[in-house]
Design a protein around this ligand. Structure first.
Ligand code: NAD
Length: 499
C-alpha cells in the first residue's frame, strides 16, 4: 500500500500514527493511505517556516516572481501527469482535471506580476517637510485548509498569493485527494522556492484544530462546507488570526422567456452535471420564468440529460465521472429520496446507476427534478452531486428573490437577451458572483473570487488584489527630516494636524 506523506522540512515528521484511505473512485478500491498528522507534525512545519520566512520576505519581489515563472513552466511541462493523478483520486474526467490545474495556474500568472502589485503609496509633502508612505508587508506564516473538489486550483489560489507576497505557507489539503497538492509543492521546490516556504501537512479535524490554535500562524484561509467554514472562522478569529473561510453553495440559473433555450440547455448540462456536480460554482437550480418557459425548457432538458455519458475519468468521451467516495454517493442518493418524499417530481432518476465493469465505482446517474419549491429541504441544502432542480417562478421579481433569499450566495446566472433585465438582476441580486449568459461565473485570477451569506465568512475574497490584501498588512510611515530648527514647544502637546 502506497503511503502519502507530509511534505515538511526534515522528512515526514513524527507523530500522527493514524492514516486515512484514499480511494480510486472509478473502482471503489483503496489505492493509497494518507498519513494524518498531529500537533508534533505541525510544530515541525511551523519551526521550519519560522526559520525560512524572514529570508524569503527579504528576497526582492522580482526574485520571488521568478520562482513563480519557473513554477508555471514546470506545471505546464507536467500537466498530463498532474491531470492523471488528479483524476485518479478525485474522479473528474481528465479534461476537467486539466481545467482545475489551469485555473490555479492563472493565479500563478497573476503572482508573476507581484512586484508591481506590492508597490506602496506615497505622498510627498503631506505636511510641512513631511512625507507619508505605506508598504505592504507579509504576515509571517499562513495556512490553507482546502476541500477535495479542486485539489489543484484552490491550493494555488492561496499558496500562490501567500508566497509571492513573502509569507511562508503551510497547506492542509483534503485527505480524500492529497497527492496533487503534494506534487505541486514538490514542483515549487524544483522551481527554486527555498525550503520551509511551502510545506504540506495532512490530516483531519485534529490537524485543523492544531492550525487554528497555533500561536505562530498569523492567518488561515479555508475553503470547504459551510458549517466547517463557520467553525474555522470563529475558532481562528478567537485565537487572534486573520481568517477567510469560503463555504458551500446552491447556485441558481434564471431563465427568462426570451432566452435561447438551446444555448441554455447546453450550458446547464455542463454547469449542473460537469464534475458530477461537485463544484461550488455548479448550477444545480434552474429557475425558468413563466410556465411556458418551464415547459419548453423541461422538454429540451430531458433528452439532453438522457444523452449524458457517465464514465471512468480516463474515458475521453465521458461527460463526467464518479463522485469522490461511497459515503458521498450515499448522501446524494439520500437527498434524491428526500426530494421525492417532500413532493418534488422526479423526472430523471440517477440512483442505482452501475457502470459495466466498474460496478463498485462511485457513480451517480444524472438526475432531474421538476416542481421543486423553496420550502423543501432538498432545495435549501447543498447536494453537491449530479442533481438538477427546476424551481418554477411566475415572474422576474420571484426569480430575483429566490437566490437572494437562499442561505447560500456564491454564484448565480441569468440567461436572457434583454440587457435591461440582466442589468437589473445583476444590480439587485443578493449573491457574490453573477453570470450574464455565463453559467459558471468564476472570475478570472486578477479579479477576485468570493460568495456572500453562508458561502463565505470573513471580509476578503480569494486571489486578485483581495488576496494580496489578505496575505499582507499595511504599514504607514510618516517621516520628517528636520533641518536643525526646534519647533514651537506649545504645539508639541496638541495632536498633529499637518495644518
Ligand atoms: P469539507 O468541509 O468536508 O472539508 C474541507 C476541509 O475541512 C478539508 O481539508 C477537511 O479535512 C477539513 N475538515 C473536514 N471536517 C472537519 C471538521 N469537522 N473540523 C475541521 N476541519 C474539517 O468540504 P469538502 O467536502 O472537502 O468540499 C466540498 C465543500 O466545499 C462543498 O460544500 C463546496 O461547496 C465547498 N466549496 C466551496 C468553495 C467556495 O469557494 N465557496 C469552493 C470549493 C468547494
Amino acid at each position: 500500500m502506497r503511503t502519502i506523506d507530509h511534505l515538511i522540512v526534515g522528512g515526514a515528521g513524527g507523530g500522527g500514527g493514524r492514516t486515512s484511505p484514499v480511494y480510486d473512485p472509478n473502482t471503489g478500491k483503496i489505492q493509497a493511505e494518507v498519513r494524518l498528522g498531529d500537533q508534533t507534525t505541525l510544530d515541525a512545519a511551523v519551526a521550519a517556516a519560522q526559520a525560512a520566512q524572514p529570508g524569503w520576505a527579504a528576497t526582492n519581489p522580482q526574485r520571488r516572481a521568478r520562482v513563480m515563472f519557473e513554477f508555471k513552466r514546470l506545471v505546464e511541462a507536467n500537466m498530463d501527469e498532474l491531470a492523471a493523478l488528479l483524476s485518479s483520486e478525485h474522479g473528474k474526467v481528465i479534461a476537467d482535471s486539466k481545467g482545475d490545474v489551469q485555473r490555479g495556474l492563472e493565479v500563478i500568472e497573476f503572482c508573476c506580476g507581484i512586484p508591481h502589485v506590492l508597490k506602496g503609496e506615497y505622498t510627498q509633502g503631506a505636511g510641512p517637510g513631511i512625507d507619508v508612505y505605506s508598504m505592504r508587508q507579509p504576515l509571517g506564516i499562513g495556512a490553507g485548509i482546502t476541500p477535495f473538489n479542486f485539489p489543484a486550483m484552490i491550493p494555488l489560489w492561496m499558496s500562490g498569493v501567500a508566497i509571492a507576497t513573502g509569507n511562508a505557507f503551510i497547506l492542509k489539503p483534503s485527505e480524500r485527494d492529497p497527492s496533487v497538492p503534494v506534487r505541486l509543492a514538490e514542483l515549487f521546490r524544483e522551481a527554486g522556492l527555498p525550503e520551509g516556504i511551502l510545506q504540506v501537512v495532512h490530516g483531519d479535524k485534529e490537524m485543523v484544530d492544531a492550525i487554528l490554535d497555533h500561536p505562530a500562524i498569523a492567518a488561515v484561509s479555508f475553503v470547504g462546507s459551510s458549517d466547517i467554514a463557520h467553525y474555522v472562522y470563529r475558532r481562528g478569529v478567537a485565537a487572534g488570526k486573520r481568517v477567510q473561510a469560503m463555504g458551500g453553495a446552491k447556485n441558481h440559473g434564471i431563465v427568462m422567456p426570451d432566452a435561447d433555450l438551446d444555448q441554455v440547455v447546453h450550458d446547464l448540462s455542463g454547469a449542473a452535471f460537469g464534475s458530477a456536480g461537485e463544484r461550488c460554482m455548479a448550477l444545480p437550480v434552474v429557475v425558468p420564468v413563466g410556465e411556458e418557459t418551464a415547459d419548453r425548457l423541461r422538454e429540451k432538458l430531458i433528452p439532453a440529460i438522457e444523452k449524458l455519458r457517465v464514465g471512468v475519468s480516463t474515458d475521453s468521451e465521458a461527460h463526467y465521472g464518479p463522485v469522490v467516495n461511497a459515503a458521498h454517493k450515499q448522501r446524494i442518493e439520500t437527498w434524491i429520496q428526500t426530494g421525492v418524499d417532500e413532493g418534488a417530481e422526479l423526472v430523471v432518476d440517477g440512483r442505482g446507476f452501475s457502470l459495466q465493469g466498474h460496478e463498485e465505482g462511485f457513480f451517480v446517474g444524472p438526475t432531474l427534478f421538476d416542481r421543486v419549491t423553496p420550502e423543501m429541504s432538498a432545495y435549501k441544502e447543498e447536494i453537491f452531486g449530479p442533481v438538477l432542480q427546476i424551481v418554477r417562478a411566475p415572474d422576474f421579481e420571484t426569480a430575483v428573490r429566490l437566490p437572494s433569499e437562499h442561505q447560500y450566495g456564491n454564484g448565480v446566472a441569468i440567461f436572457t437577451r434583454n440587457g435591461h433585465a440582466a442589468r437589473e438582476f445583476a444590480a439587485r441580486v443578493n449573491v457574490g458572483m453573477v453570470g450574464i449568459n455565463v453559467p459558471i461565473p468564476v472570475p478570472v485570477a486578477y479579479h477576485t473570487f468570493g460568495g456572500w451569506k453562508r458561502s463565505a465568512f470573513g471580509d476578503t475574497n480569494q486571489h486578485g488584489m483581495e488576496g494580496v490584501k489578505f496575505w499582507t498588512k499595511v504599514k504607514t510611515v510618516t517621516q520628517r527630516w528636520p533641518d536643525g530648527g526646534v519647533g514651537d514647544a506649545a504645539n508639541a502637546f496638541v495632536i498633529p494636524t499637518m495644518g
